[in-house]
Design a protein around this ligand. Structure first.
Ligand code: SAH
Ligand code: SF4
Length: 462
């Protein structure tokens, strides 16, 4: 952290003391959307804690409410507007309440304009590039008592060394890169997160070691396209190289990563997964569609044949490897035939689970100006059909695990009832088992006895 940032933090701390006296002001930070946002939220909370804020969950108790927003689909934005609308009363009851919005949604100009005009009780709006300027912005707000809107994209350098306040637990997210250069035609991320930037391996390693020292044991490396990690860095390093570097660290831990874009996923990456014993043998490989025509329209730059070659190679090198994916239903111009190809792909690959979305039109993207004649009801029907096909596959795959043995990282009390714990196995499946609190944070070997619709149940083997 720079001396000037420290100085600003100190000035805000003094202003807060003046304002609240001995009382610790509470902040509510609510994060929407993906793990990258969760990670940003942890950094924002780290800064707020240094400035003297405590944290709360209930808006009534808060002196600062910060919504860290998502823009990837329209319903995420609608939810934020709904929740912000609901804060009008809170502001009336407590005129000193600071209401802030940050993240991807507000990085879009039309959204920031709408907030400026129609939500006068929102005090603070800032985008994804200026997270580390939060103290500076609060200083302006508290000192000069004026609304602050900061959507600058200039500070694109990765701010290293910010304090981080993570929720306690065994799982943690570690960003290895920011932004995206891929411009899939449906996606707003490259517009709101800017160009791809990789963190230096030394910075990643330092944070990774901190995580291990703090007891985290299941660490997910984050990036919009981790396979292009390393581009633009001075050092010559690939994502596979980074995996090898982290895998070498001492300790009982697990490494995961997301997201891996199929166009850049290589056989060499799969070989590395096979060689690194701490890297989970589970691959989240978003395919989006099973139709080559739609993939082209989406600018995904791979064909289903390329994709299936990767899957086949991974299965050959890593017997038992499992897959998950993302699917978009109802991309502009998707026909019944295109959609059936997606269903066929699902049946062919047999994913443990899928994250599926109905296409959502995003301002400024290329797909937003494409012909989209399919009625919403038809898209909903396709979506239901997709879920039904996947439900059957997922259930069969869970059932096929009964009798098998897996390693589970115990996380805490399970949903199966009193005396049960829950955790995840290497495939990222939920496994519940009877056990006491002394097992939390430890890896245990569990024999699977039963498959439920949402999880597996088993018993710890001595
Ligand atoms: N970088 C990641 C995905 C980030 S967004 C990747 O390329 O895989 C997460 C998922 O949201 C995407 O995989 C896609 O399935 C979905 N998504 C993105 N934009 C969308 C849109 N406009 N409408 C519906 N789903 C979308
Ligand atoms: Fe969006 Fe494509 Fe970038 Fe993923 S790779 S964030 S889907 S543009």
């Amino acid at each position: 952290m720079t001396a000037s940032l420290q100085n600003t933090i100190e000035r805000v701390r003094l202003l807060l003391q003046e304002r609240y006296g001995d009382r610790i002001p509470l902040a509510l930070v609510h994060t929407y959307g993906c793990q990258q946002n969760v990670s940003d939220g942890e950094r924002l909370k780290g800064l707020l804690a240094l400035m003297g804020y405590g944290f709360c969950e209930r808006p009534e108790e808060a002196e600062l409410i910060l919504y860290n927003t998502c823009a990837v689909r329209e319903n995420a934005e609608d939810r934020v507007f709904g929740n912000v609308g609901a804060l009008k009363g809170a502001k009336r009851r407590n005129p000193g309440l600071i209401i802030g919005l940050c993240g991807c949604m507000v990085q879009q100009e039309h959204i920031a304009e709408k907030l400026k005009k129609s939500y006068p009780y929102v005090d603070l709006v800032f985008g994804t590039h200026v997270l580390s300027q939060l103290p500076e912005m609060l200083l302006q707000l508290l000192g000069e008592k004026r609304r602050v809107f900061n959507l600058s994209q200039e500070d694109a350098a990765i701010p290293e060394g910010l304090p981080i306040r993570r929720d306690p637990g065994v799982k943690a997210f570690l960003p290895v890169m920011y932004g995206c250069d891929n411009f899939c035609t449906y996606c707003v991320v490259p517009y709101v997160r800017g160009r791809e930037r990789s963190r230096k391996p030394a910075d990643i390693l330092a944070e990774f070691r901190e995580l291990l020292a703090a007891g985290y044991k299941d660490i997910t490396l984050l990036g919009q396209n981790v396979n292009s990690y390393g581009r633009g860095l001075e050092e010559e390093i690939s994502f596979a190289g980074l995996l090898r570097l982290l895998n070498k660290e001492e300790g009982d831990f697990r490494l995961r990563f997301m997201t891996s874009h199929p166009k850049d996923a290589t056989f060499a990456l799969i070989d590395t997964m096979a060689q690194c014993e701490k890297v989970c043998k589970h691959f989240h490989l978003p395919v989006q569609s099973g139709s080559d025509r739609i993939l082209r329209e989406m600018n995904r730059r791979y064909t289903t044949a390329d994709y299936l070659r990767l899957i086949a190679y991974a299965r050959e090198r890593l017997p038992g490897i499992t897959f998950t994916t993302d699917i978009i239903v109802g991309f502009p111009g998707e026909t019944e035939e295109d959609f059936e190809q997606t269903l066929a792909l699902l049946k062919r690959v047999r994913y443990d689970s899928i994250f599926s979305f109905i296409y959502s039109k995003r301002v400024g993207t290329r797909a937003a100006s494409m012909e989209d004649p399919t009625p919403p009801e038809e898209k909903s029907r396709r979506f239901q059909r997709l879920l039904e096909v996947q439900r059957e596959i997922g259930a069969e795959l869970l059932e096929s695990r009964v009798g098998s043995v897996c390693r589970v990282l115990a996380e805490g009390p399970g949903r199966s009832g009193e005396g049960w714990l829950t955790g995840r196995n290497e495939d990222n499946l939920i496994v519940d088992f009877p056990g006491g609190p002394e097992l939390v944070g430890r890896f245990v070997t569990v024999r699977i006895e039963k498959a439920l619709s949402w999880a597996l149940q088993g018993r710890v083997q001595e």
